[in-house]
Design a protein around this ligand. Sequence first.
Ligand code: SAH
Ligand code: SF4
Ligand code: F3S
Length: 442
Amino acid sequence: MDGKKLYIETYGCQMNASDTEVIFSILGKAGYVRTENISEADVILANTCSVRDNAEQRIMGRIEQFRLQKKKRKGVIIGIVGCMAERLKDRLLDGHELDLVAGPDSYRSLPGLLESIAPDRPAINTMLSHEETYADISPMRTDKNGVSAFISIMRGCNNVCSYCVVPYTRGAERSRDPYSIIREAREVFDAGYREVTLLGQNVDSYLWKGDDGTAVNFAGLLRMTAEVSPSLRVRFSTSHPKDISDEVIETMAAYGNICKHIHLPVQSGSTAVLEKMRRKYTREWYLERVARIRSVIPDIGLTTDVIAGFCGETLQDHADTLSLMEQVGFDWAFMFRYSERPGTLAARKYPDDVPPEEKTRRLNEIIELQNRKSLENYRKKIGCELEVLVEGPSRRNPDELCGRASDNKMCVFPAGGHRTGDYVRVRVESCTSATLICTLQE
Ligand code: SAH
Ligand code: SF4
Ligand code: F3S
């Protein structure tokens, strides 16, 4: 396979971005070389997401473009890997002229699968695993700046949120050996990286049990990672409101290099809707966790995910979501219209009965409120001094740099001789609802 060129397009969450790096590493060992230019690729893959219908539709549109490449250049292999491969399995082979379908736990078999492909003989592996964590594989980093790396600490999900397809596409939850995680964190630090983000669908339920009876929970893993170096920032995603523990909150407070940001998806502010979503917490529980976090870490950056128009959501439920968002005042939110996913509990049990235009109306109200809250929160930072890790040149002005503060807010500031990977002290002068505009603090 020496020198065959491999092109991967990645969709969906950070777990997928991290998996793409695992795939490059596995296929790199088998002789494939990464290309970012689709028109010279011998193998073209989409690492896909099934979380909402429009995500899948967009990918199917892209597959048509892949087919054009195949028509233009004989012998090109095209395939779908990741969550859509797992969800749709061999149904994907009908009518799309795909050569390969491979689910998220099958990536070690990719070299063999690719070799076995012949005209009209596609290869498929969608077996899920209870053990696979790719622990021993050093991902080939594909980030642009060489500063911030994702490290996958667990796979799958054992929750059954009724709207969510992830447990079906990613299988059962399993935690990765902490020593392999720390080894990876050291590797990237030695390579010049200054930030790692520990990834899992529900990091608070991370639990690794050694053969000798010892156990490491998420707070323990955070401590171990933070101790790799005080100059290595540690971030993590995603926290689950039902599982985030006082021990985790206190560990965050105890280490200066654990960033003061929590992504804590609320989904809805109505206890009745949360119950139907099977989130296993109430509005009051969520607010108590936020209060607890803020009492230990007053300058915490909080972000969230919200779903508008879930099955049976009343106008009062929607108003409850708005009032929760008003009360908490998130820095930022990912906001979605509910999209029914085949096979999930909600699809089987509850009619998707909020009309599309009403979902859109509610979503727009949520977005409008969030934009106002974001601007308020960013404004509160004016006059503050912050430590920023430089990620690279700012998008708008090559004489400026950009980077995040500990609480995850994006800052732009004059370059002043600083370089990517430096820690810089800045002072916030003004802002938009998504950026802090700063001067250098010498
Ligand atoms: N494990 C994470 C979220 C993974 S999916 C957690 O538990 O929070 C990312 C986000 O997509 C979810 O938080 C949710 O807001 C959204 N999402 C998931 N399924 C969805 C659906 N069927 N329709 C709309 N949004 C959905
Ligand atoms: Fe989906 Fe819930 Fe698991 Fe998150 S915790 S991945 S929303 S099932
Ligand atoms: Fe999408 Fe799979 Fe992530 S469904 S959100 S890519 S786990």
